[in-house]
Design a protein around this ligand. Structure first.
Ligand code: NAX
Length: 327
C-alpha cells in the first residue's frame, strides 16, 4: 500500500474546514488508495484550538481507513513540517469598519508568515492552494515569501467560480455540467473575474452558438457568477462553505492526479501568457498531468474579453501594489 502523504490545512476549525477535512480523509482528494496525515493549523486562541479538538474527535469517530495520522497546531512552523500539500483556508475576515487596505495588510501578515514557514519546513514539492481571501493576492504573498520553493507550487482558488459558471451554462442551455468542456475563468477571485464560455462545448457543440446572446453574457451570466458569493450569504446567512470545500477538493485532485486533457481553472503565477505580467496570480485555463499544470495557449482574445481581462488584471495589480511594501 502507498506511503501516507502529509496534508496541512489552515483555518481547520472554520466553516470550510468542516466541509473539507472529512472529504480529504475519505480519499476524495488524493485517491481512495492514498493514506493521509492531517496537519491542522488554527490560531492559538483557546476557543479556536478547542473547536479544532472537537473537529478532530469527529474525524476519529469516522474511523477513516485512509486517515493515517492527525495533528493540531497553532504555529505554521510545525504545522507545515514536511507537508506535501497545503490548503491555506484560514484568513482574516473583514471586520466592522475595516477598510480594504486594512484587510489586505492583516492578511499580508498572515500569508507572509505562512509563506516563510512553508519555505523553511515544507516538502520541496509542496503543492499550495490558497482559499482564504483575497485568495489571489494571499497566494502571491505566500509565493514571494518562499523564495526557495518553485513559484509554480503556489496557486489560488478560482475553481469555485469555474464550477459556478459551469452550472449557470448548463442551466441556460438545458444540458448537464458533466458534458461541458473548455470553460474557463480569467483573473481574480472577485466580482471582476471573467467567466468565459466562448471556447466551451457541450457534447461537442459550441456553447456560444447555442446561447447566442451577448446581452445575456454581459448582463446576466457574468454578474450572476461574479456576485454568487454575495447571493449565497444573502440566502444562507453564511458564506459559501460546502461549495468552496468542494472546489478545493476539485482543484487539488486535478492538480495531483491529472485532468485527463480537460480544461480546469487555476489561479497560478503568470509566465507572461496572454499579456499578463509575470508572477501576477491570475486565473487561467490549464490542463494538468503528472502533478503539473500547463496553460492552454493560443486562445483568441476578442475586444470584449480583453476589456474584461484588463479590468480584473488592474484590480489584481492594485492589490499587489497595496502589499508590496510588506514583501
Ligand atoms: P471561517 O471564519 O468559518 O473560518 C476561518 C478559520 O480560519 C477560523 O477558524 C479562524 O480561526 C482561522 N484562522 C484565521 N486566521 C488564521 C491563521 N493565521 N492561521 C490559521 N487559522 C486561521 O471562514 P470560512 O467560511 O471557513 O472561510 C475561510 C476563507 O475562505 C475566508 O477568507 C473566505 O473569504 C474564503 N473563501 C474563499 C473562496 C474562494 O473561492 N477562494 C470561497 C469561499 C470563501 O468565501
Amino acid at each position: 500500500s502507498k506511503k501516507p502523504v502529509r496534508v496541512a490545512v489552515t483555518g481547520a476549525a472554520g466553516q470550510i474546514g468542516y466541509a473539507l477535512l472529512f472529504r480529504i480523509a475519505s480519499g476524495e482528494m488524493l485517491g481512495k488508495d492514498q493514506p493521509v496525515i492531517l496537519q491542522l493549523l488554527e490560531i492559538p486562541d483557546e476557543k479556536a484550538q478547542k473547536a479544532l479538538k472537537g473537529v478532530m474527535m469527529e474525524l476519529e469517530d469516522c474511523a477513516f481507513p485512509l486517515l493515517a495520522g492527525m495533528e493540531a497546531h497553532s504555529d505554521p512552523m510545525t504545522a507545515f513540517k514536511d507537508t506535501d500539500y497545503a490548503l491555506l483556508v484560514g484568513a482574516r475576515p473583514r471586520g466592522p469598519g475595516m477598510e480594504r487596505k486594512d484587510l489586505l495588510s492583516a492578511n499580508a501578515q498572515i500569508f507572509t508568515a505562512q509563506g516563510k514557514a512553508l519555505d523553511k519546513v515544507a516538502s520541496r514539492n509542496v503543492k499550495v492552494l490558497v482559499v482564504g481571501n483575497p485568495a489571489n493576492t494571499n497566494a502571491y504573498i505566500a509565493m514571494k515569501s518562499a523564495p526557495s520553493l518553485p513559484r509554480e507550487n503556489f496557486t489560488a482558488m478560482l475553481r469555485l467560480d469555474h464550477n459556478r459558471a459551469l452550472s449557470q451554462v448548463a442551466a441556460k442551455t438545458g444540458t448537464q455540467v458533466k458534458d461541458i468542456e473548455k470553460l474557463t475563468v480569467w483573473g481574480n477571485h472577485s466580482p471582476t473575474m471573467y467567466a468565459d464560455y466562448r471556447f466551451a462545448t457541450v457534447n461537442g457543440k459550441s456553447v456560444k452558438d447555442l446561447i447566442n446572446d451577448q446581452e445575456w453574457n454581459a448582463n446576466t451570466f457574468l454578474p450572476t457568477v461574479g456576485k454568487r458569493g454575495a447571493a449565497i450569504i444573502e440566502a444562507r446567512g453564511l458564506s459559501s462553505a460546502a461549495s468552496a470545500a468542494n472546489a478545493a477538493i476539485d482543484h487539488m485532485r486535478d492538480w495531483a492526479l491529472g485532468s485527463n486533457g480537460k480544461w480546469v481553472t487555476m489561479g497560478i503565477p503568470s509566465n507572461g501568457d496572454y499579456g499578463i505580467p509575470k508572477d501576477v496570480m491570475f486565473g487561467f485555463p490549464v490542463t494538468t498531468r503528472d502533478g503539473k499544470y500547463e496553460v492552454v495557449k493560443g486562445l483568441e482574445i476578442d475586444a470584449f474579453s480583453q476589456e474584461r481581462i484588463n479590468l480584473t488584471l488592474k484590480e489584481l495589480q492594485e492589490e499587489q501594489q497595496g502589499v508590496s511594501h510588506l514583501l
